[in-house]
Design a binder for this molecule. Structure first.
Ligand SMILES: [Ca+2]
Length: 227
């Protein structure tokens, strides 16, 4: 009898311990988003518009800041920057914020020319209906905002924040975050790329608590009777 109660209590403890990691607070899903470790954890890229690599695209981290640049005269548009894979299931968080500090340093083309801007941040995600999507915001100092741009004085920092749960279709999982310039003659920089995921207290399910309570009460009762 006593043994059965002990086993019951142990099972109850086991159920509690095997629940999803319980934490209350905020974590950053991005690693090395302040570039204090240089380019670590980021993958650089240069996408061409079909004309192959030309000009002199470059992506580098210096002094804890990520820089990208491309210098050419005309021809196809292209994108130069870096991304970090996240592949994080996010629908269980109570809030999810994208934050960064970004700057358009130089642009030759006026934005938005073929949707090209000297500085961009983009997330690729799977929405609540399991559709893969992208959401991009851009920064420029020459031209007009278009549908996705924010004016920022050349070379100055702009603090950008986005509620990732407000993106079209909602967000089930976050695939990656990208920072880049696009066009054919541009420079930009970024720092403090963060995806702040907040989790509320995880409270054990009532059924588990009753089971645990029953087990403990039984143990106590048994102990008293033995005395
Ligand atoms: Ca930094």
């Amino acid at each position: 009898m006593k043994r059965a109660l002990l086993i019951m209590a142990l099972v109850a403890f086991g159920v509690m311990a095997s629940q999803a990691p319980a934490f209350s607070g905020t974590i950053d899903l991005v690693t090395n988003g302040d570039f204090s470790l240089g380019i670590s954890n980021w993958t650089t890229f240069h996408y061409t518009g079909g004309a192959g690599i030309w000009g002199n695209p470059s992506v580098s981290a210096s002094g804890g800041v990520l820089y990208w640049m491309m210098s050419a005269s005309g021809s196809d548009g292209n994108a130069t920057g870096a991304y970090q894979m996240l592949n994080a299931a996010v629908s269980g968080y109570s809030s999810l914020l994208l934050q960064t500090r970004i700057s358009p340093i130089y642009q030759n083309l006026s934005s938005p020319s073929a949707s090209e801007y000297p500085a961009n941040i983009q997330v690729d995600y799977v929405d609540l209906g399991n559709v893969a999507r992208s959401y991009r915001h851009a920064f420029y100092y020459s031209g007009s905002a278009g549908s996705i741009g924010t004016y920022v004085q050349s070379g100055t920092w702009y603090d950008y924040q986005l509620d990732l749960f407000s993106v079209p279709g909602g967000m089930k999982s976050l695939s990656d975050v990208q920072v880049f310039g696009n066009g054919w003659d541009y420079q930009g920089k970024v720092d403090y790329v963060k995806v702040l995921a907040t989790s509320s207290d995880v409270v054990p399910e009532p059924a588990t608590m009753s089971l645990l309570g029953l087990g403990l009460a039984g143990l106590v009762a048994r102990k008293r009777r033995v005395r």
